[in-house]
Ligand binder design. Sequence first.
Ligand SMILES: Nc1nc2c(ncn2[C@@H]2O[C@H](COP(=O)(O)OP(=O)(O)OP(=O)(O)O)[C@@H](O)[C@H]2O)c(=O)[nH]1
Ligand SMILES: [Mg+2]
Length: 459
Amino acid sequence: MTLTNPIKVAVVGHTNAGKTSLLRTLLRDEAFGEVSNHAGTTRHVEAASLLLDGKPAIDFVDTPGFEDSIGLLTTLEELQKTEGIDRLESLRAICQIAHLYPDFDQEIKVIRQLLSNELFFYVVDVREPVLGKYINELDILAYAARPVIPVLNFTASASAQTKIWKEHLAQLNFHTQVVFDTVAFKADDEKRLLKQMQTILSDRYELLESIIDQHEQQRSELVESACLMISELMVDAGGLYIDCANNTASIDAAQSALQEKIRDADTRCMQSVLQLYRFQLASISSTELSIDQGEWKLDLFDDSNIQRFGIAVGSGAAKGALLGAGFDLFTAGMSLGAGTATGALAGALLQTGQRYRHELNARIKGYRSVCASEPTLRVLLLRQLDLLNKLQRRGHAATDALSVESLSGEDLPKEFQDWIKQLHGNPQWSRLSKRFDSQDESRNHFVTEVADKLKQKLK
Ligand SMILES: Nc1nc2c(ncn2[C@@H]2O[C@H](COP(=O)(O)OP(=O)(O)OP(=O)(O)O)[C@@H](O)[C@H]2O)c(=O)[nH]1
Ligand SMILES: [Mg+2]
């Protein structure tokens, strides 16, 4: 591709329409500018570039919102009459004598951008009726005689009047409009916006095509990397055994150690996935959240998690008291002793004895081993997958709570049960374990296979 200057785009519109939010989403940057529900949040022009191969490809400017377009239009018309100048010249004139119009301080900042950019995105809050002030804003944009793409924002809202806006805009000759909810992100909408730019800026076709390609490539790389991270987590958590002596204190200590290691790995994975998708941990915060400041709100080993995720309690271990504790306990001998978990232990042993024969045989009689139970691993995987699904659809302008929902076990690949068997049979695959064997190549093969299946499961 030959080197070209970046495309210069000004994002304009009524105050509070979501201009800064649009840029946050397009730039994948939650920290860009300031976003708030109050009118007049952006007081100054702010620039940022969308990069292609590390170089600026589109230079965006965010602008303050129009507040008094009716007054501004009247003033511009007066200037045209008194000075005998045309519409474009009246825009230049008002910038030169800006000090005479302190009330239009914000609007004149916008006009300066109208004069120095090659394309405008006009952001519309489609929850609003098509009022005269918006038509006036479009009139002022037309003075600059540059192309405009109306961007219909808030389209995912229940009160969106998208159709009415489209009809009105078409009547005003704006036939190339795009729907783009900055919070409920859809990759196709973003692509459509870039395609519209291609039709309008035909000499920028190649550059825009490269941006579209880059977006697609990045998107598939992100999914690939995130699925690998989640797969690694499952292998690390599922293959981890902690040995302990056959007494309550020792078993308790082993359970705590197991929980801590798996919890940490789970949190680290969640944080890595958030970072991969460029969501800041600190920005995701609320007391109601499932994720707060990069921490899961609901503990993986919390009973209610298993219920929330609607997991069928089927296995012998799961039926017993061990379900709540989120781990399975194995013993080489049948001298289980009296304890709250006795029934479950017996169930676990009877059903899993075959599966873990190798493991069990390796135990010295009287010693035990704890590992994460199948329901726990199910929750672990479902939560991570649900988060990933949500991040794929989350615009970087989103400020709402990020939470995982109850999913049914059906959302996991059908191979899940078999994976757990393999993991429990291969403790040397877990990087959390003392038995980890970095030379075991079958681990990589397994991780890739799981990641591929997880990718297919994504919605
Ligand atoms: N639900 C939802 N909220 C949005 C969307 N776009 C913006 N918002 C919210 O609307 C409010 C205004 O968004 P901003 O991006 O600050 O709007 P702006 O046009 O830059 O506003 P000014 O700078 O004041 O002119 C904020 O509370 C945003 O979180 C959207 O598509 N959906
Ligand atoms: Mg703003």
